[in-house]
Design a protein. Sequence first.
Length: 282
Amino acid sequence: MSGGYEVAVRAQATLGEGPTWDPATGRLIWLDILGMRVHTYDPATGRRTVRTTEQHVGAAKPRAGGGLVLNLRDGVGLLDPDDSFRWLRREPVPGRRANDAAVAPDGSLWAGTMRYDEAAGGGTLTRLTGDGTAETVLRDVTVSNGTGWSPDGRLMYYADTPTRRVDVFDFDGGRAGARRTLVEIEEGAGFPDGLTVDAEGCVWVALWDGGAVRRYTPDGALDRVITVPAPRTTACAFGGAGLTDLYITTARVGLPAPHPVSGSVLVVPGAGQGLAQPAFAG
């Protein structure tokens, strides 16, 4: 089905990604990973800001004390409320960059990486606490992507994009346990990229090269499909005052003839009921 989308932010991002609603400011945070830019958008006023980073940036999430935590090429850094920058954990690996990240219910950051050449097994998923303590949770990942948690915090969802799967882990006390497949995306429908979980525990997944966002129930049944004309949909998140609007980021990279809205941020008003996302405890 068509989603009844609107263009929230008309842009030409090379690799638009990482939509995150910041309730403290009433703004949407989103990125252009390869453009090295962190954007904000206020839907109430239309005001937009942009900050250029010195490295490719895979994710930007609000911090409990203000500012942002950034998943960068060479590690995880902190933007303070006064706009100053400092590294929380710097761990450069040649040929590797940051990708998607998410904040768990306990305030820890789950930060993904991948190789620029997308070599199999070249990425990781690492849990970082507010003091910078790091634990690599998953090794041998290829393109670490969407991560999210069920409303009760007992399940964690995760996509390593080339596998075509969204997997689910038992989750307890900040630890990921038994892993199993929630859903496998069929050939020709695209690849699972960023994801978000709604208040009913359903998983919304953006499909790279699929031009769509799909909603799956907690038992893996396909419940809804939102189609958009930009083929490289990258991620989705609920935002707006009531967390009912679904924001969708898109990319232009690798497209010989991008659609006019490729690289823009799209929105589907009243798509569902989102969950308030925790801030990073650091």
